[in-house]
Design a protein around this ligand. Structure first.
Ligand code: TNX
Length: 541
């Protein structure tokens, strides 16, 4: 009895000690606890020592209700400074955050570093900070709650590409929800929003030169349920499910992301996954046969959803679309998909025979490569760089392509060996649409990607030059994710794990400590009204 008591006491000691550690996700590069504490009160002033409007706005947004006075007072002060802090130089996204008994000092060489420092500071505040409408001056009656432990954090990311992808084609999400999605990304220091804007089940971006793409291609039969057993559309059925973003809405979202230091990468998936455009313009395929937009994911290899790569008018279409896409998205990249093009339709395509012969193409894989190379020229003519899923390796990579590796790490590893930049997003670790717990207790989907799998993700394979691995991303496909609550349930906490993999030094990864921190972030989500899943607690395998 005594023994048990002693051992449980001993065990509980380190746990107690741990509760003083801040619960930050992603874990910073270094956290050194100091002596004492600092309490934010209504008298605490904010000194933002730069006239840059953007910095002042971001400070005010993250610490609402505190007055900016611009004087670095000796005490009771939060000072934000744009400068390289002392010690070893921090990279462009780095920051130093010091909490001492006299105040808080945030220093970073660039605005983006200050932004990340503010996210960290925000996570040091109590969960109440995340309640909608929070302001310091109306919540400070719970004074003790805003007491922060003294500490010094020096931090910068491991990877420059920390992405999340949202598929808005299979299920449509409004502009306002997309902003909320971006907001949560920013909280966890993600910096790339990959917007999957077109697919078989809907075209979601207004193209002014091709208005029918959204008049026709954005609407389909309103079916829900499991994507693999939904019935096909009934001819003549009203096409009432859908939606799209106007160009003004797109610009608004891009600006919103920019304010949060997030680059938006648009994806127009081609030559496969094109049914929504093909339903609008049947002449885009080899057969030219009219097709409806299928609401499910199961027509693959059944209905031709693949652009005809052997017809110049296909490239005129691609050029028209990408001209407007390039103007809407100021970032350097356009993602052109390239995944899962069923090339069986090309093998029997009359138009392809002469093209293959003249260009010396022996296989349909080479034909796909021919297509992607032509599309790369179009992308480059708009001043952009091409990204594609790892299928673009088949038949030979386009000369300047960046590869997004989803079928495991193999494609990415091969692309890096050929000297191409790579973003790793293997489905086994990064697909947050897969089951995260016992399938019998989960909303219906397929495959398996547990929180442990996401946390164990290692983006750099042994055999490649590390600098070619730009980073990685979490992907939310939405065939089986019809609502925003459901989307959040799938994303969190797996996106916590991937945020940490992409930001934190590999050496700081620590599963038990991660789980402790995840639990406190659930409390923050409770305050914010964000949904999440606790399925990781169920160790069914
Ligand atoms: C494969 S991942 C796809 C998507 C589907 C996903 C289902 C990828 C590049 N293509 O079209 O949504 O599987 O998880």
């Amino acid at each position: 009895m005594k023994l048990v008591l002693y051992s449980s006491l001993l065990l509980s000691l380190p746990v107690f000690a741990q509760t003083n550690l801040p619960s930050l996700i992603p874990q910073p590069q270094s956290v050194v606890m100091g002596a004492g504490q600092f309490t934010i009160t209504t008298q605490t002033q904010l000194a933002v020592l730069t006239p840059i409007r953007e910095v002042r706005d971001m400070v005010q947004t993250n610490l609402p209700g505190l007055k900016i006075n611009d004087l670095a007072k000796p005490a009771n002060n939060i000072t934000v400074r744009l400068a390289q802090p002392g010690g070893a130089a921090l990279g462009p996204e780095g920051y130093e955050l010091v909490v001492s008994s006299t105040g808080i000092r945030l220093t970073a060489p660039q605005a983006v570093g200050l932004f990340y420092g503010l996210q960290t500071l925000r996570q040091l505040l109590p969960a109440d900070r995340e309640r909608p409408g929070f302001r310091f001056n109306n919540t400070l009656n719970t004074k003790a709650l805003t007491t922060l432990p003294a500490l010094t954090i020096r931090d910068q990311p491991r990877f420059g590409w920390r992405g999340m992808m949202l598929d808005v084609s299979r299920s449509f999400f409004t502009k306002d929800y997309v902003k909320r999605f971006i907001d949560l990304m920013a909280r966890y220091k993600y910096n790339v929003f990959h917007w999957h804007l077109s697919d078989d089940q809907g075209w979601r971006v207004e193209i002014k030169g091709l208005p029918r793409l959204t008049q026709v291609g954005a609407w389909r039969a309103p079916r829900m349920g499991r994507w693999w057993d939904r019935p096909n559309p009934v001819p003549g059925e009203p096409q009432t499910y859908g939606g799209f973003y106007t160009q003004n809405e797109i610009r608004e979202v891009v600006r919103y992301a920019q304010e949060r230091h997030i680059m938006v990468v648009p994806e127009i998936d081609m030559p496969g996954h094109m049914l929504a455009a093909i339903a609008t313009y049947p002449s885009l395929t080899c057969s030219g046969k009219p097709v409806p937009i299928y609401p499910n994911g199961k027509f693959y290899k059944v209905e031709d959803n693949t652009l005809n790569p052997c017809n110049d008018s296909t490239y005129i279409f691609v050029d028209k679309v990408l001209t407007e896409i390039a103007q809407l998205f100021p970032g350097p990249y356009i993602h052109v998909g390239g995944d899962e093009a069923f090339k069986g339709f090309w093998a029997t395509c009359e138009a392809c025979k002469p093209i293959m012969a003249t260009n010396g193409l022996k296989t349909v894989e080479e034909l796909q490569s021919y297509f992607i190379r032509r599309v790369e020229k179009i992308v480059q003519s708009k001043g952009k760089k091409l990204i594609g899923w790892d299928e673009i390796l088949e038949g030979g990579l386009a000369p300047n392509a960046t590869v997004m590796s989803w079928r495991g790490m193999k494609g990415g590893t091969e692309a890096a060996k050929q000297g191409h930049p790579v973003i790793m997003t293997p489905y086994q670790n990064c697909y947050v649409d897969l089951y995260q717990g016992d399938p019998s207790a989960e909303p219906s989907t397929y495959g398996m990607c547990r929180l442990t799998n996401s946390y164990a993700f290692e983006p750099v394979p042994d055999s490649v030059r590390a600098e070619l691995i730009l980073g990685g991303q979490a992907n939310l496909w939405t065939e089986s994710v019809p609502t925003t609550r459901h989307a959040e349930y799938m994303v969190w906490p797996r996106a916590f794990a991937i945020a940490e993999v992409l930001w934190s030094p590999k050496a700081t990864r620590n599963w038990p400590d991660f789980v402790r921190r995840v639990e406190t972030h659930f409390t923050r989500f409770d305050a914010a009204g964000v949904n999440y899943s606790r399925s990781y607690l169920n160790p069914f395998v």
